[in-house]
Write a new protein. Sequence first.
Lengths: 351, 343
Amino acid sequence: MTGKLRRLLLARRGGASWHWTDVASYAYLALGVLLMFGPVLWLALSSFKTPAALLEFPPSLLPMAQSEVSVPGYPQPLPLFQVTMEDGSVRELAQVRRVGIVAQMVDPAAPGQTIRVPADRRTPVRHMALAVENYTDPLTQFDFLRFLRNSLVVTVVATIITLIINSMAAYALSVYEFRGKSVAMLGVIGTLMIPITIILAPVYLVVTKLGFVDSLWAVILPGAATPTGVFLLRQYMLTIPRDLIEAARMDKASEWRIYARIVMPLSMPALAVLAIFSVMWRWNEFLWPLAVLTKTEVHTLPIALNAFQGELQTQWHYLLAMTVVTLLPVALVFAFLQRFITSGIANTGMK
Amino acid sequence: MTDTMRTHGAPARGPSAAAAAVTTGSANALMRLTDPPMRAVQRLIGAARMPYIFLLPNLLFFGLFVFLPIGINIVFSVTGGTGLFPSERPYVGAEHYARLLDCGSYLEAGSCREDLFWRGVGNTLTFTVFQMVAMVLFSLITALVLNRPIRGRGFFRAVYFFPVLLSPVVVALIWKWILQRDGLLNAVLTTAGGEKILFFVDPGWAMFWAVFVSVWAHMGFYTLILLAGLQAIPRDVYEAAEMDGTRPWRVFHRITLPLLWPNLLVVLVLVLIRSVQVFDEVFVLTGGGPGTATMMVVQYIYTTAFANQVQNFGLAGAASVLLGAVLFVLTLIQLFLTRRRAS
């Protein structure tokens, strides 16, 4: 049994023996797992801690809370401590109050008698406790659901628009020969060089003129046409056999019908990759929404999180929980579509 | 973001059939709705002109939200006042450019009239240099390790890659929580017998963590590009080298590096283009502080145009045009390199 396990763990591909470089490789990878996963795990664990537990230093690994016990004769539940008595025995006592260095304790089993012990003889009895209220409170206290909804609307609507208009342009640039095609191609390439970072103010002006300021359209529309999307789809559409399109023309299909019923279904894999990217871009977008969404009602999740971290400086428990909620959809998408995403990036070199 | 200019294969045809079946129903309805008008358009202008119709929406978006804004940006940069609309703005010529470039010595931000801009430039340069070295080094090492015959390669690749997909705000908050005064890292430091460090109060540490967090968040992306490059190197080249008894370092130096060089170059330029525009993570992580120690050029532009009491679109526009010129040159280099690699 152990021999088998040993073989399984130590076997190398190709059956060769171990070399120091293998050890170094696995050590590097183990360190990588710790460094890449650790912070996210720490965020998730911390998000379930009570505000009191978050203030602890050094922090405990798991979300812990001090146990409490109700003792007859006391209206409030009392905190539970482990006390080392003078004779060396250890008892579990509830604390009534603490005066200076002396704590007045009571045995929950015999509540009639108070026991006075030095404060440094007690250690709190703790149990694991998940502060779920970190997640539920923001739902009622802040407009958290609204931010979630805003982010969802932006992501879904923008992705649909992106898929439609980019695939139309890609279709035109891959299937047809026409006057001005190279100019159009150059125009699309040109937009690669103009990230939104350098045209913030003028796009703001355009959006204002169109009357979209402080509406979600202000975030949805400016990034809907993407050069990367056009190129990704065009590259794929170029591989669709021309005969298919010619045959459809023979059957008197309109150009629109060829696009919608032949080219689009055949481009599904490329469309899926673009859809995944678009969802990621939109869900995570920060600088432009930060500039254009000034009213709280239209904030998306990243903008709301950024605003909270300024306002809720002392309320890390809410902030951490909301960060986890923002992270979760991306983590799920990645868990299910990992292969799709990584091969898409490896093939196109875009992100 | 960029670099779609390669000519190699598009993504594999996978679950297209299933996905197509699901969408058939709604597609039929959409078709009935859209085909008649499009058919009418085609009859009107002829099939040969249909590509213009297909291009129209995208070009409209590009025109409205990219090309028109470039023009407006240039107008902003040569006009003054606080108005948003060009008609409300008096012409001031090159005043904003002169103000930005007015320096006693370009090596000393304090001697400049617009010292914040030059601090931003200096910080961005520092950030870019350190982040390029760290990013290329770590993604290269990771790609080399992942290219070895290791178990669970897919898992490890995913581990390095997943932060790429996280929102920059999430990334920054994760690390802010770890690096705060009573955070995990200081707990580890004090347990190991050290002193607590106030990472965001010390300018050097703040810049270090700005670089570190960016590398943490994005190295998976570059690792993937380099890994694809490594896997494209034919096996028999290595086998031949092994047969000749070539030493590993020499194999790396004489085979791997030259054959990977085109990919490495693309990664270098991509990292450069992104670093010059860095904003999100650093802004949420440090807020540009302490003081202005991690304030980048893009943050200067954003603050000047939107976050200051007086919105100075003219000054922000001039700074944008200067940044745009730098990016334009860098992107041309990138396009040239990807073209060359493809051919």
